[in-house]
Design a protein around this ligand. Structure first.
Ligand code: DNO
Length: 346
């Protein structure tokens, strides 16, 4: 297992120096942020990230994300040129030593929460999802803005997009995912890169949009679309675990050889499709983080892991879910569990 930490580039208040001071940190997880989706990343930008990381003794082996354009997901007339650009990005990242690319195939929204600052009794705050609140939201009202949300949509362009996805439905999305994978996975194979799809977060449809990567059944279907090792998973415990029907430990045993990247975090369920994010340790939430780590160890997981979202603690202000303090506590907790599990298994 190689411990990693997400870094949002030069504008991230969490600097590379801070990341390098977190014990056991091996690599950053980053991306080129200033190129519009669907276009090719320059070698200068890619190598720039690598050199800056190396200056702090950190590798740059994981990209999150090379985003997939809506055109690819919709399979429209721009899809092929965007797929070609995607393949070129894979080649360039492979040349720069990147080994794993995380991406998602969620229409319109990436991860979605109803609250970004849920006040906790201890003075910290966290991200939360409440089904009733989400049901009352209208994405066309223009009155909300969330991470994962593309600010460039106008009401009309968004309305048109939602309508296209509605017509297309889940089957259409699966078909376009297959077209995408058939093009990119062989390129990843030739570039020494493992592709790792991120599950839908939350793992159910929102606002009538199809969402298809959310449980054991569709993982099976996904992995068969292109049955190669490079067609793999980002196992995100917080996303998958939002649905209590997902047996995470069982899923790790079933899909372990295709898990290339693990996002580990804990959540606490309080009602149907209602949860908030908590500190990483098992006792803080509803997920068995020890059991998850043990299962990963049992399947011989040797991919990348990162602590996922953290709460905002100790007065920190920063990017929601991606502050320094709670994620660092998460990283050391996970490293500690791993060391104990590893030593006790010998
Ligand atoms: C949220 C992240 C996601 C993830 C993308 C991968 O915190 O886990 O935004 O990066 O879905 O493409």
């Amino acid at each position: 297992m190689k411990m990693t930490f997400r870094h949002y580039g030069d504008n991230d208040p969490v600097t590379l120096e801070m990341i390098s001071q977190i014990p056991t940190m091996y690599s950053i997880v980053s991306a080129v942020y200033d190129v519009p989706v669907g276009q090719v990343w320059s070698r200068e930008s890619i190598n720039g990230i690598k050199e800056k990381a190396a200056a702090h003794n950190l590798a740059f082996e994981v990209v999150e994300s090379v985003p997939v354009s809506e055109d690819i997901k919709l399979g429209n007339e721009k899809a092929q040129s965007h797929i070609d650009a995607y393949c070129e990005n894979i080649r360039r990242l492979g040349e720069a030593g990147v080994k794993c690319i995380c991406y998602n195939f969620m229409p319109v929204f990436d991860w979605f929460r109803s609250t970004l600052e849920r006040k906790e009794a201890d003075g910290s705050n966290s991200l939360a999802y409440n089904e009733k609140e989400v049901a009352a939201l209208d994405p066309l009202s223009g009155n909300f803005s969330l991470p994962g949300w593309d600010e460039s949509y106008t009401k009309d362009s968004l309305r048109a997009l939602l309508a296209q996805y509605e017509t297309m439905g889940e089957e259409g999305l699966w078909k376009n995912l297959q077209t995408f994978l058939e093009a990119v996975i062989p390129v990843a194979h030739g570039s020494g890169i493992k592709m790792a799809i991120h599950p839908d977060d939350p793992p159910w449809g929102i606002f009538g949009l199809p969402r298809i990567i959310s449980n054991e059944e569709n993982y099976k279907k996904f992995l068969k679309l292109v049955d190669m090792e490079e067609n793999g998973l980002t196992f995100c415990t917080g996303s998958l675990g939002a649905n209590p029907d997902n047996d995470l430990i069982d899923m790790i045993h079933k899909f372990g050889d295709r898990i290339h990247f693990a996002h580990i975090r804990n959540i606490k369920h309080t009602d149907y499709r209602t949860f908030h994010e908590v500190a990483h340790p098992t006792e803080c939430g509803s997920l068995d983080i020890f059991g998850i780590m043990k299962a990963l160890h049992e399947v011989g997981f040797d991919g990348y892991m990162r602590p996922d979202h953290g709460r905002m603690i100790w007065g920190e202000k920063g990017r929601y879910g991606y502050g320094l303090f709670d994620r660092s506590l998460g990283a050391t907790y996970l490293a500690g569990l791993w060391e104990a599990i590893d030593k006790m298994s010998k």
